[in-house]
Design a protein around this ligand. Structure first.
Ligand SMILES: [Fe+2]
Ligand SMILES: [Fe+2]
Length: 292
């Protein structure tokens, strides 16, 4: 298999879908620890399409409200930030997330499902693991952590059995090594290039780059990167990976330096992931129906 040069990777990134203006501003805003929900409301109000989708979501069957909510302020405070970020991202990068991951032997939509589960788990890790970072930021970072897979999946095509073979024969320690051996770089490096092109906040770019090697992240962002690292592993433990690569990554046990988890809290996180996932997936999908 032919490896891809760094210049070719940059071309692939350039031809990928870009973020919408409001999604990009929403990511900037919600990554700033000083923002509040009113800032989110004001931003959503500048985008008629996003406003309509938020209202459609809050009044959808998934929430079962008796009285319709017609004010965007109330809708956003009812739903919370994570639903707004999910709609904005699911909408404009849907093309990236929804495509079939040929190189991972995964069906279309599997990446988005895995990302949603990782996002919920990372948020719960922050809440139940008594971390001093924003739960909603961990959610957003979880949603974005594997974007590199969508970029390189076409180039890994037909190589999943080869990648597995590399791992089982101990020529490669894990799937990241296998990706690098097969095409020249792994999905965290590819995702990092996309993060730069999208001008994502540095902390989100670091999560994308180091979610499989959290100890390498810069110190300031390490707790966030560990939260997503653990959330990713919890999503895969629940049987929701992205195909052939699931569980072929290493868990960095040093997460205990940042996160306090007991077997009970871990079980409770897994339960929350299941219950929140259905609501998020259904509702985000239902608001996008008439978009085609
Ligand atoms: Fe990953
Ligand atoms: Fe992942």
């Amino acid at each position: 298999m032919k490896t891809i040069s760094h210049d070719e990777l940059k071309k692939i990134v350039k031809s990928s879908p870009m973020l919408s203006v409001s999604a990009s501003r929403l990511l900037q805003l919600t990554s700033d620890p000083d923002h509040d929900l009113m800032d989110v409301v004001n931003l959503v109000k500048t985008d008629a399409n996003l406003t309509a989708r938020v209202l459609k979501l809050v009044n959808s069957a998934a929430f079962g409200l008796i009285n319709e909510i017609t004010s965007i302020d109330r809708a956003i405070s009812y739903l919370g930030e994570r639903f707004i970020v999910s709609i904005a991202l699911g909408d404009c990068v849907g093309k990236v997330f929804e495509k079939k991951l040929v190189g991972y032997e995964a069906a279309a939509g599997d990446l988005w499902k895995h990302d949603l589960r990782t996002a919920i788990a990372a948020r719960e890790v922050v809440v139940q693991g008594e971390m001093e970072i924003s739960p909603d930021l961990a959610f957003t970072a979880g949603l974005l952590h594997d974007i590199g897979k969508a970029l390189i999946s076409d180039y890994l095509k037909d190589s999943a059995p080869e990648a597995i073979e590399l791992i089982t024969s101990h020529d490669s320690v894990d799937y990241l090594d296998a990706e690098e051996k097969l095409i020249g770089f792994d999905h965290t490096q590819a995702g990092f290039e996309l993060a730069k092109a999208w001008q994502l906040p540095e902390k989100l770019a670091e999560v994308i780059r180091y979610h499989h090697s959290p100890a390498e992240a810069s110190e300031a962002f390490r707790p966030l990167v560990y939260a997503v690292h653990l959330g990713d592993n919890i999503a895969m433990m629940g049987g929701f990976g992205t195909g052939s690569d699931s569980m072929r990554y290493r868990l960095d046990a040093n997460y205990t330096d940042y996160i306090t988890l007991t077997p009970n809290t871990l079980a409770s996180i897994m339960l929350t992931v299941d219950s929140e996932f259905d609501k998020l997936e259904q509702s985000v999908a239902s608001t996008g129906e008439d978009k085609g």
